[in-house]
Design a protein around this ligand. Structure first.
Ligand code: S3P
Length: 441
């Protein structure tokens, strides 16, 4: 779709959600499967890969770096690993679209490879902070440049070697942690990262799955540079961040009853379940199992009367991508919901505190942004038109709000839903949401 076209979601009010559904594969795990599979020795076979624009950006980047990757076809991808030192200089810059995970993890993975490279992204990604990764990489001896504003394009210059770092993370960020662990694979010595609060640990789990020794002690994770990765098979669970829209939709829409299949419920990602349950949601975790080192379950959700809460600060990093959906739950809850300790939301694909506050206000909900959170007073959602600011998760959250609205909700600028959730309109409509996507010029 050309960027001049505006994909608008039209969502009629009311209805409920029902049926059995499987949302697409986990975005974080999909990125990492391409990265580690490419650097491994041997053939890695992936199933359940997310065929969304973000993870496809990572896949295309590794093809440009000379890796033979076939697929994706129905979520199946096969990678002929080139080994730790087999990547080749691409013919042009690596184009990473809207994907912060691709850029922040790749700059670490590539910093010690002796290659000359440039990483670029779309206008949203080009406005996001990158010094959080380039500063510690420079301390490891990398030569990585940002713009004067500390943003992409990122230019990587070859260096002789990297040295390991012992780094306490200034913010709870899995992207910084993963960036430095991936750089640490190429560094002399032991790279140790200490987190101020637990963040998603898919990189650590997957490194172990590829046979790379990773040590966890308390809040620290460490690895020794100079090892190798051995190819393996990876079955990627459904993304809890995509399931979150249905967890909220089914909770708020009276008469709903859905079963979400094969959802990843890694304890560093399950904040959305914990927070919704504190609000009174009826979510059953069924058939818990372990799939390739990641916990997975089926989630049954039935509608329930929600109440406003103070969101526990320790749940914030565990639900960091789910707040747009949770704000819609708060708008439908009885009483006030207060979020604090979530300033990171201001530097996501959009400023998610401001953009959600503006949209909720446009729909008649009392939502007051604060520097590190928001206060939302539950009430009646009106119909209206809101902007998603090109942010996939804002678009999908407002689509679910229509289940409890009095009038139709129109949402602008929704094409980036494809970054994480291709087929959202079809799946949501099949479950009972009265949604259509229309292109406007
Ligand atoms: C991600 C980490 C989180 C999250 C992002 C994916 C990852 O970012 O918001 O969508 O895959 O490591 P931060 O590390 O910036 O919190």
């Amino acid at each position: 779709m050309s960027s001049a076209e505006n994909l608008v979601f039209h969502v009629r009010p009311g209805g409920c959600l029902s049926g059995t559904l499987r949302v697409p594969g986990d975005k974080s795990i999909s990125h990492r499967s391409i990265m580690l599979g490419s650097l491994a020795e041997g053939t890695t076979r992936i199933s359940g890969f997310l065929e969304g624009e973000d993870s496809l950006a990572t896949l295309r980047a590794f093809r440009a770096l000379g890796v033979d990757i076939s697929g994706p076809e129905d979520g199946a991808v096969t990678i002929q690993g080139v080994g730790m030192h087999g990547l080749k200089t691409p013919t042009g810059p690596l184009e990473l679209g809207n994907s912060g995970t691709s850029m922040r993890l790749l700059v670490g993975l590539l910093a010690g490879q002796g290659l000359e490279l440039t990483l670029i992204g779309d206008s949203s990604l080009s406005g996001r902070p990158m010094r959080r990764v380039t500063d510690p990489l420079q301390r490891m001896g990398a030569r990585v440049e940002t713009t004067e504003l500390g943003t992409a394009p990122l230019r990587i210059h070859p260096v002789e070697s990297l040295k390991a770092i012992d780094y306490p993370l200034p913010v709870a960020s899995a992207q910084i942690k993963s960036c430095l662990l991936l750089a640490g694979l190429y560094a002399e010595g032991t790279t140790r990262i200490t987190e101020p609060a637990p963040t998603r640990d898919h990189t650590e789990r997957m490194l172990s799955g590829f046979g790379y020794p990773v040590e966890r002690t308390g809040a620290s994770v460490s690895l020794e540079g100079g090892g190798t990765l051995t190819a393996c098979d990876i079955d990627i669970p459904a993304d809890i961040s995509s399931a979150a829209f249905f967890l909220v939709g089914a909770s708020i829409a009276r008469g709903s009853d859905i079963l979400l299949q094969h959802v990843g419920i890694n304890p560093t990602r399950d904040g959305v379940i914990n927070i919704l349950r504190l609000m009174g949601a009826d979510i059953e975790i069924l058939n818990r199992r372990d799939v390739g080192g990641e916990p997975v379950a089926d989630l049954r959700v039935r509608s329930a009367g929600l109440r406003g809460i103070r969101i526990p600060v320790d749940q914030v990093p565990l639900a960091i991508d789910e707040f747009p959906a949770l704000f819609v739950a708060a708008a439908c809850a009885e009483g006030e919901t207060v979020l604090t300790g979530a300033e990171e939301l201001r530097v996501k694909e959009s400023d998610r505190i401001q953009v959600m506050a503006d949209g909720l206000t446009a729909l008649g909900v009392r939502a007051t942004p604060t520097p590190d959170g928001i206060v939302i007073q539950g009430g009646q959602i009106h119909g209206g038109r809101v902007g998603s600011h090109g942010d996939h998760r804002i678009a999908m959250a407002f689509a679910m709000a229509a289940l409890r609205a009095e009038g139709e909700i129109l949402i602008d600028d929704c094409s980036n839903v494809n970054t994480s959730f291709p087929g959202f309109v079809r799946l949501a409509a099949a479950a009972g949401l009265a949604i259509e996507g229309e292109k406007e010029n």
